[in-house]
Design a protein. Sequence first.
Length: 113
Amino acid sequence: VQLQASGGGLVQSGGSLRLSCAASASISNINVMGWHRQVPGKSREVVALITGGSATVYSDSVKGRFTISRDNAKNSLYLQMNNLNPDDTGVYYCYALSPTPYWGQGTLVTVSS
């Protein structure tokens, strides 16, 4: 499956962005999907994961501010990001485990203070 992420951009601290990830095939049978982010000089880290049953897991740094969701009918994954801060800056990658991992190209999120 190919994944296409979009929705990144430049936003001021306290602002919001919604990331989208469009899959090239049905995601109905993909159990785990998620978003990771990477900052230059650091390893890629999990931001949020969602299962086929819509169970969710968030990193402590985004809990309460970010919401991950999926729409199997549209073969899409989303990440609503609210109350952004400069530490959220990075390249965000969508991810699918089916059963091997698939990665989309990243979308850059820049939060200015």
